[in-house]
Design a protein around this ligand. Structure first.
Ligand SMILES: NC(=O)c1ccc[n+]([C@@H]2O[C@H](COP(=O)([O-])OP(=O)(O)OC[C@H]3O[C@@H](n4cnc5c(N)ncnc54)[C@H](O)[C@@H]3O)[C@@H](O)[C@H]2O)c1
Length: 302
């Protein structure tokens, strides 16, 4: 069945260019009313103008869709709240939030100063927190919400020179894990998207032939699936070049050691067994780890 968003209202942050722009255009093309948010920042987060967001709004309107622009910085909780208030005044609801705004301040950790670390965390993590917080009660009252956090392979797996970015991006996975649990009873589904795309953010990082495969619009179908009516929840979808994968935070079965004097040595000697992925699970919540551990301890005692 064709995925449609008629009657739905979507907020896409950082939608003045790159991936966010493609997400906004695709949502609008399938019937959503879209808030195109973008501070108009340079790739390092400096500067700011809403021209980029306005251009995307114009493009949506020219194609017969409905859109409004927002120049709010996601780092400014009051400005984000004002954007949400304005959206509610205009369209009366908010069904979809795509946390996409982002910046880079890449340096090896040895050379990175704390200000560059804090700013990256502020934009990616706190920016998403501000937006989620501002729409959360709206979505709860509607008993409907779809939220996507834009994470990254840099967070999931690490990347040289991106300690700040990777930490912020993995923090978004943690935010998703808990919001998906807390939102479940109100039909709020929360997922992560880990894109790979040729944008100004990555243009200096990859060779031309690779960049040609990584068109941003090849990621957007994954985003649409994560915000559709029958979206999953608590998923980490990886997407690039039209290819899609899932990442999981897994837990191995592990071993029981107990508290003998040589417990540390047993952990070292048992490393292969602790690491053995046979029978590993994707826990439903953090409680599963403690349950697994106490069950093993009780079994050992019996
Ligand atoms: N391109 C990739 O391969 C890749 C990989 C992993 C993750 N991502 C993530 O995807 C998202 C989109 O990145 P992109 O590659 O399209 O880069 P991009 O630089 O084209 O897009 C980011 C947008 O966010 C906007 N922005 C920055 N700070 C903002 C703020 N404080 N408030 C509102 N808007 C702000 C920028 O103006 C820009 O338009 C980012 O979160 C990025 O970290 C991208």
């Amino acid at each position: 069945m064709t995925i449609r968003f008629d009657g739905r209202v979507a907020v896409v942050t950082g939608a003045g260019g790159g991936l966010g722009r493609e997400h906004a255009l695709a949502l609008a093309a399938r019937g959503a009313k879209v808030v195109v948010n973008d501070l108009g920042a340079a790739v390092d987060g400096s500067g700011g103008a809403t021209a980029a967001a306005l251009a995307v709004v114009e493009q949506i309107r020219a194609a017969g869709g409905e859109a409004i622009a927002s120049g709010a910085s996601v780092t400014d909780a009051a400005a984000v709240q004002a954007m949400v208030d304005e959206t509610l005044k205009t369209w009366g609801r908010i069904d979809i939030l795509v946390n996409n705004a982002g910046i880079l301040r890449d340096k090896s950790f040895a050379k990175m100063d704390l200000a560059d670390f804090r700013l990256v965390v502020e934009v990616h993590l706190m920016g998403a927190v501000h937006c989620c917080k501002a729409v959360w009660d709206v979505m709860r009252a509607q008993n409907y919400g779809r939220i996507v956090m834009t994470t990254s392979s840099s967070g999931l797996y690490g990347n040289f020179g991106q300690a700040n970015y990777g930490a912020a991006k993995m923090a978004l996975v943690g935010l998703m894990q808990t919001l998906s649990l807390e939102g479940a009873k109100n039909n709020i589904r929360v997922n992560c998207l880990a894109p790979t795309a040729a944008t100004r953010m990555t243009e200096s990082l990859m060779p031309e032939a690779v960049l040609a495969l990584l068109r941003p619009e090849a990621v957007t179908p994954g985003l649409l699936a994560l915000v559709a009516d029958d979206a999953p929840t608590r998923a980490i979808l990886c997407a690039g070049a039209g290819a899609f994968e899932r990442a999981h935070i897994t837990l191995t079965e592990g071993v029981f050691v107990g508290l003998p004097d040589d417990a540390a040595e047993q952990v070292v000697h048992g490393w292969d067994a602790i690491s053995d992925r046979a029978g590993e699970t994707v826990p439903d919540s953090g409680v599963a780890q403690g349950s697994l551990e106490t069950a093993k301890a009780l079994r050992a005692r019996a």
